[in-house]
Design a binder for this molecule. Sequence first.
Ligand code: GDD
Length: 245
Amino acid sequence: MESVAPQITVVVPTYNERENLPKLVDRLAALKIPNLHVLVVDDNSPDGTGEVADKLGIDGPIPVGVLHRTVKDGLGRAYVAGMSRALAENADIVIQMDADLSHPSEAIPAMIEILTTTDAAVVLGSRYVEGGAVAGDWPWHRKALSAWANFYVNAILRLHVKDATAGFKAWHAKTLRDIDVESVQSNGYAFQVEMNYRVVQRGMKIAETPIRFEERTEGVSKMSLSVQLESALVPWKLKFGKKSL
Ligand SMILES: Nc1nc2c(ncn2[C@@H]2O[C@H](COP(=O)(O)OP(=O)(O)O[C@H]3O[C@H](CO)[C@@H](O)[C@H](O)[C@@H]3O)[C@@H](O)[C@H]2O)c(=O)[nH]1
Protein backbone atom coordinates (compact mmCIF):
# COMPACT_ATOMS: atom_id res chain seq x y z
CA MET A 1 0.00 0.00 0.00
CA GLU A 2 1.29 3.50 -0.81
CA SER A 3 2.05 5.49 2.34
CA VAL A 4 0.32 8.85 2.65
CA ALA A 5 2.56 11.88 3.36
CA PRO A 6 1.93 13.35 6.82
CA GLN A 7 -0.18 16.48 7.00
CA ILE A 8 2.13 19.32 8.01
CA THR A 9 0.83 22.64 9.29
CA VAL A 10 3.21 25.58 9.64
CA VAL A 11 1.73 27.89 12.29
CA VAL A 12 2.87 31.50 11.81
CA PRO A 13 1.83 34.22 14.29
CA THR A 14 1.78 37.67 12.75
CA TYR A 15 1.58 41.21 13.99
CA ASN A 16 2.55 43.81 11.39
CA GLU A 17 4.39 41.48 9.00
CA ARG A 18 2.85 42.49 5.66
CA GLU A 19 6.20 42.75 3.87
CA ASN A 20 7.55 39.48 5.27
CA LEU A 21 4.59 37.11 5.02
CA PRO A 22 4.42 36.71 1.21
CA LYS A 23 8.19 36.08 1.11
CA LEU A 24 7.86 33.44 3.82
CA VAL A 25 5.06 31.67 1.95
CA ASP A 26 7.17 31.69 -1.24
CA ARG A 27 10.10 30.16 0.64
CA LEU A 28 7.88 27.46 2.11
CA ALA A 29 6.40 26.70 -1.31
CA ALA A 30 9.90 26.37 -2.77
CA LEU A 31 10.54 23.41 -0.44
CA LYS A 32 7.93 21.40 -2.38
CA ILE A 33 7.03 19.33 0.67
CA PRO A 34 3.84 17.37 -0.01
CA ASN A 35 0.83 18.08 2.21
CA LEU A 36 2.34 21.21 3.73
CA HIS A 37 0.15 24.16 4.43
CA VAL A 38 0.37 27.38 6.39
CA LEU A 39 -1.87 28.67 9.16
CA VAL A 40 -1.41 32.40 9.83
CA VAL A 41 -2.61 33.65 13.22
CA ASP A 42 -3.07 37.40 12.88
CA ASP A 43 -4.04 39.72 15.73
CA ASN A 44 -5.78 42.38 13.65
CA SER A 45 -2.45 43.88 12.52
CA PRO A 46 -2.84 47.62 11.81
CA ASP A 47 -0.61 47.28 8.73
CA GLY A 48 -3.12 44.95 7.01
CA THR A 49 -1.19 41.68 7.38
CA GLY A 50 -4.52 39.90 7.90
CA GLU A 51 -5.75 40.98 4.45
CA VAL A 52 -2.41 40.03 2.87
CA ALA A 53 -2.83 36.58 4.45
CA ASP A 54 -6.41 36.27 3.17
CA LYS A 55 -5.19 37.08 -0.34
CA LEU A 56 -2.46 34.45 -0.07
CA GLY A 57 -5.22 32.03 0.92
CA ILE A 58 -6.86 32.71 -2.44
CA ASP A 59 -3.93 32.95 -4.84
CA GLY A 60 -0.86 31.83 -2.89
CA PRO A 61 1.50 29.10 -4.15
CA ILE A 62 0.54 26.68 -1.32
CA PRO A 63 -2.59 26.41 0.86
CA VAL A 64 -2.77 29.25 3.40
CA GLY A 65 -5.42 29.44 6.12
CA VAL A 66 -5.93 32.44 8.38
CA LEU A 67 -7.08 32.66 11.97
CA HIS A 68 -8.16 36.25 12.60
CA ARG A 69 -8.13 37.41 16.19
CA THR A 70 -9.47 40.78 17.22
CA VAL A 71 -6.73 42.16 19.49
CA LYS A 72 -2.99 41.83 19.98
CA ASP A 73 -2.75 39.16 22.65
CA GLY A 74 0.88 38.05 22.48
CA LEU A 75 2.92 35.46 20.62
CA GLY A 76 2.19 32.63 23.07
CA ARG A 77 -1.59 33.05 22.90
CA ALA A 78 -1.36 33.20 19.11
CA TYR A 79 0.62 29.94 18.99
CA VAL A 80 -1.78 28.18 21.36
CA ALA A 81 -4.73 29.23 19.18
CA GLY A 82 -2.95 28.19 15.96
CA MET A 83 -1.68 24.87 17.29
CA SER A 84 -5.12 24.03 18.70
CA ARG A 85 -6.66 24.75 15.32
CA ALA A 86 -4.02 22.61 13.57
CA LEU A 87 -4.79 19.69 15.92
CA ALA A 88 -8.53 20.12 15.32
CA GLU A 89 -7.81 19.96 11.58
CA ASN A 90 -5.89 16.69 12.02
CA ALA A 91 -2.33 17.84 11.40
CA ASP A 92 0.25 15.10 11.97
CA ILE A 93 3.17 17.51 12.33
CA VAL A 94 3.02 21.14 13.45
CA ILE A 95 5.84 23.56 12.73
CA GLN A 96 6.03 26.83 14.64
CA MET A 97 7.85 29.60 12.90
CA ASP A 98 8.13 33.40 13.07
CA ALA A 99 6.97 35.41 10.06
CA ASP A 100 9.97 37.75 10.03
CA LEU A 101 12.25 35.46 7.95
CA SER A 102 14.65 34.98 10.85
CA HIS A 103 13.98 31.22 10.80
CA PRO A 104 15.47 29.45 7.74
CA SER A 105 12.71 27.50 6.01
CA GLU A 106 15.34 25.30 4.31
CA ALA A 107 15.95 23.65 7.70
CA ILE A 108 12.42 22.23 7.75
CA PRO A 109 13.16 18.99 5.80
CA ALA A 110 15.94 18.09 8.27
CA MET A 111 13.68 18.89 11.21
CA ILE A 112 10.94 16.62 9.83
CA GLU A 113 13.46 13.88 9.08
CA ILE A 114 14.73 13.92 12.67
CA LEU A 115 11.20 14.06 14.04
CA THR A 116 10.01 11.09 12.01
CA THR A 117 13.09 8.85 12.29
CA THR A 118 14.12 9.26 15.94
CA ASP A 119 12.37 9.16 19.29
CA ALA A 120 12.37 12.97 19.58
CA ALA A 121 9.03 14.41 20.66
CA VAL A 122 9.99 17.83 19.27
CA VAL A 123 12.88 19.18 17.20
CA LEU A 124 14.29 22.67 17.81
CA GLY A 125 16.05 24.78 15.20
CA SER A 126 18.99 25.69 17.42
CA ARG A 127 21.38 28.62 17.21
CA TYR A 128 23.66 27.22 19.86
CA VAL A 129 24.47 23.62 18.87
CA GLU A 130 27.53 22.99 16.72
CA GLY A 131 26.91 24.33 13.22
CA GLY A 132 24.28 26.80 14.41
CA ALA A 133 24.77 30.56 14.16
CA VAL A 134 23.28 34.00 14.52
CA ALA A 135 23.81 35.99 11.34
CA GLY A 136 24.75 39.64 11.30
CA ASP A 137 26.01 41.87 14.03
CA TRP A 138 24.14 41.25 17.20
CA PRO A 139 25.40 43.89 19.65
CA TRP A 140 27.28 42.42 22.62
CA HIS A 141 24.42 43.14 25.05
CA ARG A 142 21.95 41.16 22.93
CA LYS A 143 24.35 38.21 22.73
CA ALA A 144 24.92 38.44 26.46
CA LEU A 145 21.18 38.57 27.19
CA SER A 146 20.52 35.52 25.00
CA ALA A 147 23.39 33.54 26.60
CA TRP A 148 22.23 34.58 30.07
CA ALA A 149 18.63 33.59 29.30
CA ASN A 150 19.77 30.10 28.29
CA PHE A 151 21.99 29.68 31.31
CA TYR A 152 19.25 30.97 33.63
CA VAL A 153 16.51 28.75 32.25
CA ASN A 154 18.67 25.62 32.15
CA ALA A 155 20.03 26.20 35.63
CA ILE A 156 16.53 26.44 37.10
CA LEU A 157 14.63 23.92 35.01
CA ARG A 158 17.35 21.48 33.84
CA LEU A 159 16.00 21.35 30.30
CA HIS A 160 19.38 20.23 28.91
CA VAL A 161 18.90 22.12 25.66
CA LYS A 162 21.33 24.62 24.20
CA ASP A 163 18.70 26.96 22.78
CA ALA A 164 15.98 27.02 25.43
CA THR A 165 14.15 30.06 24.03
CA ALA A 166 14.24 28.97 20.36
CA GLY A 167 11.03 29.80 18.52
CA PHE A 168 11.44 27.49 15.48
CA LYS A 169 10.27 23.94 16.20
CA ALA A 170 8.72 20.86 14.63
CA TRP A 171 6.22 19.00 16.81
CA HIS A 172 4.49 15.66 16.54
CA ALA A 173 0.77 16.41 16.94
CA LYS A 174 0.75 13.73 19.62
CA THR A 175 3.33 15.65 21.66
CA LEU A 176 1.19 18.78 21.60
CA ARG A 177 -1.76 16.72 22.83
CA ASP A 178 0.34 15.01 25.49
CA ILE A 179 1.57 18.33 26.90
CA ASP A 180 -1.97 19.78 26.73
CA VAL A 181 -0.91 22.77 24.67
CA GLU A 182 -4.29 24.44 25.09
CA SER A 183 -3.59 25.03 28.78
CA VAL A 184 -0.20 26.76 28.26
CA GLN A 185 -0.35 30.26 29.79
CA SER A 186 3.04 31.92 29.18
CA ASN A 187 3.18 34.40 26.38
CA GLY A 188 6.52 35.83 25.22
CA TYR A 189 9.91 34.05 25.28
CA ALA A 190 8.57 32.20 28.31
CA PHE A 191 6.09 30.42 26.06
CA GLN A 192 9.00 28.53 24.48
CA VAL A 193 10.38 27.67 27.89
CA GLU A 194 7.07 26.41 29.28
CA MET A 195 6.53 24.24 26.19
CA ASN A 196 10.01 22.70 26.57
CA TYR A 197 9.50 22.18 30.29
CA ARG A 198 6.26 20.30 29.73
CA VAL A 199 8.05 17.95 27.30
CA VAL A 200 10.91 17.28 29.73
CA GLN A 201 8.52 16.87 32.69
CA ARG A 202 6.77 14.05 30.87
CA GLY A 203 10.04 12.26 30.15
CA MET A 204 9.96 12.98 26.42
CA LYS A 205 12.95 13.98 24.31
CA ILE A 206 13.89 17.31 22.74
CA ALA A 207 16.26 17.17 19.74
CA GLU A 208 18.19 20.16 18.41
CA THR A 209 19.35 20.71 14.85
CA PRO A 210 21.59 23.63 13.85
CA ILE A 211 20.13 26.68 12.13
CA ARG A 212 21.49 30.00 11.04
CA PHE A 213 19.21 32.61 12.62
CA GLU A 214 18.83 35.70 10.42
CA GLU A 215 18.11 39.18 11.74
CA ARG A 216 14.78 40.55 10.50
CA THR A 217 15.10 43.24 7.79
CA GLU A 218 11.45 44.38 7.68
CA GLY A 219 9.24 45.38 10.61
CA VAL A 220 10.22 45.37 14.27
CA SER A 221 10.45 42.90 17.15
CA LYS A 222 7.51 42.98 19.57
CA MET A 223 9.69 42.21 22.57
CA SER A 224 8.72 44.43 25.52
CA LEU A 225 9.71 44.94 29.14
CA SER A 226 6.71 42.88 30.29
CA VAL A 227 7.84 40.01 28.04
CA GLN A 228 11.31 40.17 29.64
CA LEU A 229 9.89 40.25 33.16
CA GLU A 230 7.64 37.31 32.37
CA SER A 231 10.69 35.41 31.07
CA ALA A 232 12.54 36.02 34.32
CA LEU A 233 9.64 34.88 36.53
CA VAL A 234 8.20 31.93 34.66
CA PRO A 235 11.06 29.45 35.27
CA TRP A 236 10.63 29.93 39.03
CA LYS A 237 6.86 29.61 38.80
CA LEU A 238 7.26 26.41 36.79
CA LYS A 239 9.75 24.99 39.26
CA PHE A 240 7.98 25.89 42.49
CA GLY A 241 4.41 26.47 41.45
CA LYS A 242 1.81 24.16 40.02
CA LYS A 243 3.12 21.42 37.68
CA SER A 244 2.19 23.70 34.82
CA LEU A 245 1.12 27.32 34.78
N1 GDD B 1 -0.51 37.14 16.35
C1 GDD B 1 0.50 37.70 17.02
N2 GDD B 1 1.77 37.56 16.57
C2 GDD B 1 2.76 38.14 17.28
C3 GDD B 1 2.54 38.89 18.45
N3 GDD B 1 3.75 39.32 18.91
C4 GDD B 1 4.68 38.87 18.04
N4 GDD B 1 4.08 38.17 17.04
C5 GDD B 1 4.71 37.49 15.90
O1 GDD B 1 5.57 36.50 16.44
C6 GDD B 1 6.75 36.40 15.65
C7 GDD B 1 7.98 36.72 16.52
O2 GDD B 1 7.83 38.02 17.05
P1 GDD B 1 9.08 38.97 17.33
O3 GDD B 1 8.60 40.10 18.14
O4 GDD B 1 9.81 39.25 16.06
O5 GDD B 1 9.96 37.99 18.23
P2 GDD B 1 11.45 38.19 18.72
O6 GDD B 1 11.52 39.23 19.77
O7 GDD B 1 12.38 38.29 17.56
O8 GDD B 1 11.64 36.76 19.43
C8 GDD B 1 11.81 35.58 18.66
O9 GDD B 1 13.00 34.97 19.08
C9 GDD B 1 13.00 34.58 20.47
C10 GDD B 1 14.35 33.98 20.82
O10 GDD B 1 14.65 32.91 20.00
C11 GDD B 1 11.89 33.57 20.73
O11 GDD B 1 11.86 33.19 22.11
C12 GDD B 1 10.55 34.20 20.36
O12 GDD B 1 9.50 33.26 20.54
C13 GDD B 1 10.61 34.64 18.91
O13 GDD B 1 10.76 33.49 18.09
C14 GDD B 1 6.57 37.38 14.49
O14 GDD B 1 6.04 36.67 13.40
C15 GDD B 1 5.57 38.39 15.05
O15 GDD B 1 4.83 39.06 14.05
C16 GDD B 1 1.19 39.03 18.92
O16 GDD B 1 0.89 39.66 19.92
N5 GDD B 1 0.22 38.41 18.16
